[in-house]
Design a protein around this ligand. Structure first.
Ligand code: ADP
Ligand code: MG
Length: 225
């Protein structure tokens, strides 16, 4: 059975008049070790969809199941724990904490459960090495380039061994060379970790690096050529 099952998901936002329908009917599935790009122009609802899959917001209708669990049946603390344990996020802007070192930033998701264990610190060091920043482990975000900061964000997203890695325009703030490198790095990490990876982007170039492409158009998804 696929690890992620999205079925007939719709999302509308209330307005003073008619509700704004952003997603009409979204269905797709993904299994461990698979990656997919979701493409579409700015404003078409990519971030909305990623927020729903990431359990940061609830669909208006339809279901999302992750490893056969329905996150939206959980209470807030259960859901926060579930999200922290199962889902890693990479955003367009790294969202690193400026006062923390690279190592500390990567360990942030583990702090929800108290101090990081030796094993978690070892995993953080390993991930930082794999994203090519072993020499920068004590640096602060301000001392890194944009591409390096996104690589820290990727390591942080993986610290809890998530089953699902979500990236929202992860190359949106990078130049072309760094964008290509970031796309390749996400794929390499996804393969090594055998997670699922969903990248939403308006960049055809980034989308073309993924194994599969879906296009979000008028609130529905279609397979791209
Ligand atoms: P994309 O990521 O593809 O650029 P978004 O998912 O951010 O698109 O937004 C899709 C549409 O939904 C836009 O018209 C946006 O203005 C609207 N929207 C997004 N979030 C909200 C919200 N919290 N309340 C109302 N409208 C929203
Ligand atoms: Mg967006």
């Amino acid at each position: 059975m696929p690890d992620l099952i999205v079925e007939h998901v719709a999302k509308e936002y209330p307005t003073r008049g008619e509700p704004l329908v952003v997603l009409r009917d979204i269905s797709f599935e993904l299994s461990a070790g698979e990656n997919v790009a979701i493409l579409g122009p700015s404003g078409c609802g990519k971030s909305t969809l990623l927020h729903l899959i990431g359990t940061l917001d609830e669909p208006t209708s339809g279901t999302i199941r992750l490893r056969d669990e329905n996150p939206f049946s959980m209470n807030e603390p259960q859901l926060a724990h579930f999200r922290n344990r199962n889902i890693g996020f990479v955003f367009q802007d790294h969202h690193l904490l400026p006062q923390l070192s690279v190592l500390e930033n990567v360990l942030v998701p583990t702090l929800a459960e108290g101090s990081p264990t030796d094993e978690q610190v070892a995993r953080a060091r390993d991930l930082i090495g794999r994203v090519g920043l072993a020499e920068r482990i004590e640096h602060r975000p301000a001392e890194l380039s944009g591409g390096e900061r996104q690589r820290v964000a990727a390591a942080r997203a993986l610290i809890q061994n998530p089953i699902l890695l979500l990236a929202d325009e992860p190359t949106g703030s990078l130049d072309r060379t760094n964008a290509l490198a970031m796309g390749n790095l996400l794929l390499e990490l996804q393969r090594q970790e055998n997670t699922m990876l969903i990248v939403v982007t308006h960049s055809l170039e980034l989308a073309s690096q993924m194994s599969r492409r879906l296009e979000l158009d008028d609130g529905s998804l279609a397979e791209c050529a």
